[in-house]
Design a binder for this molecule. Sequence first.
Ligand code: NCD
Length: 321
Amino acid sequence: MASKNLRHLLSVDQLDTELIERMFTYADAAAKNFDDKNRFHRPGGPLQGHILHRLFYKESTRTYESFGFAAEHLGMGVQGSQSVQFSSVAKGETLEDTIRVISAYLPSLIVLRSAKAGDAARAAEFASVPIVNGGDGSGEHPTQGLYDLYTAREELGRTSNLKVVMGGDLSNGRTARSFTKLLAKYPGNSFTFISPPTFEMGDDIKQMLDEKGLKYTETSELETAFKEADIVYWTRVQTERLTDEQAKFLKANPGADKKYVIGAKEIALMRKDARLMHPLPRVGEIDPAIDNDPRAIYFDQVHYGLRVRMAIIEWVLGYIE
Ligand code: NCD
């Protein structure tokens, strides 16, 4: 039976800025609790006995691996299945049934990556353990959004009054959606959205920004936006999730998805203290030649992700209020 009193993390909509700060304070402290052999020393003792299960219906490297590492650093057990091909899903089992079955094995939480927006919320209705949304189709990616926000806080020293440029596939890119929603919880942030036609940021996000009185513009012109930006957040075109309209557009305009590539010329437009972020994987939209530029911090972002996901696990399990 599903319990209604569980701490699921399904959407960033659930989180207020006080809770986010409590998680980030934990993440700050966690970073200091690794020794020189990368062993984590949890002040209250390891979370032995807890098991994290990763149920991944779609491809992943970072989310799958980093939740595994986060749990193991905390002293938890880790289970996972990343291949639907060899699971009962391939026989047609529903998400609801799989969630009920996994719940019956008594994990402490399930991290779910799934195909459709809303899947995580649906799973939470049937789960008797907490569900963490590890990316639901083109819906949300709250744990990535949280560490993107943490990255901004670490690298720029603030989460407010930021000029943020978001580029790439903003329609299917759930990380851009979650990050924008999170940034919108803080005052003075403004946004410039740059994407190929048909890949624009969703109307729901734009409406939310309007309602909060936060400024945003949409443009195809990179130069001014890059010069003014505190953060440039770039993303790949999610070719596995194209709508019919997008597929038609790309067919009629070959190469349109490869139009915006950030290389030496583009990063040179950015201020010295600005930062270039990307949720990864990149597939050509950032030239590896700029990886050593101090503004390019996508691999640091991954590093921050580990401690933020540790904080998320601690919160879900009730060890952070
Ligand atoms: C992202 C995702 O899965 O939404 N990857 C990730 O978790 N860092 C971005 C992507 O797949 O393009």
